[in-house]
Design a protein around this ligand. Sequence first.
Ligand SMILES: Nc1ncnc2c1ncn2[C@@H]1O[C@H](COP(=O)(O)OP(=O)(O)O)[C@@H](O)[C@H]1O
Ligand SMILES: [Mg+2]
Length: 134
Amino acid sequence: MPIQPDAAHQIETAEDVVTVRQAVRRRAVDLGFSLVDQTKIVTAASELARNTLQHGGGGSVAMQSLEQGARRGLRLTFEDHGPGIADVALAMKDGYTTAGGLGLGLSGARRLSSEFHIDSRPGEGTRVSIVRWR
Ligand SMILES: Nc1ncnc2c1ncn2[C@@H]1O[C@H](COP(=O)(O)OP(=O)(O)O)[C@@H](O)[C@H]1O
Ligand SMILES: [Mg+2]
């Protein structure tokens, strides 16, 4: 059950990526995340927002606070209607990039998250959903 209203942000410019990072940080603080956990989810969000912009041609992120007994969590769902990823397993590998990047965004985001889901269809777009529990 959400304990704070869901929020959505567009990711269409580099400035939007900064705004998303700040909004995720604020939400993590409100949920009582430690500084380390804040940094983990902000870093993951930053990479995924950049992918949404650079590879997906822009899109959005939805933020949802989670409550499970005493546990508090934050779910972030990034969505775009860009080219999609032909081979998701390959894209998840450390160092794999099609854009001259470091290729550590997807794999890094997965390591920094408690839960990680990716769904991508060539020609339709990409959705990446992460959860970090406190
Ligand atoms: N939203 C997306 N839409 C299309 N392709 C993507 C998306 N996110 C990631 N990819 C693909 O996966 C590759 C790996 O992503 P990532 O690990 O973040 O590395 P980098 O962004 O440095 O290339 C990208 O180079 C790109 O080919
Ligand atoms: Mg990246």
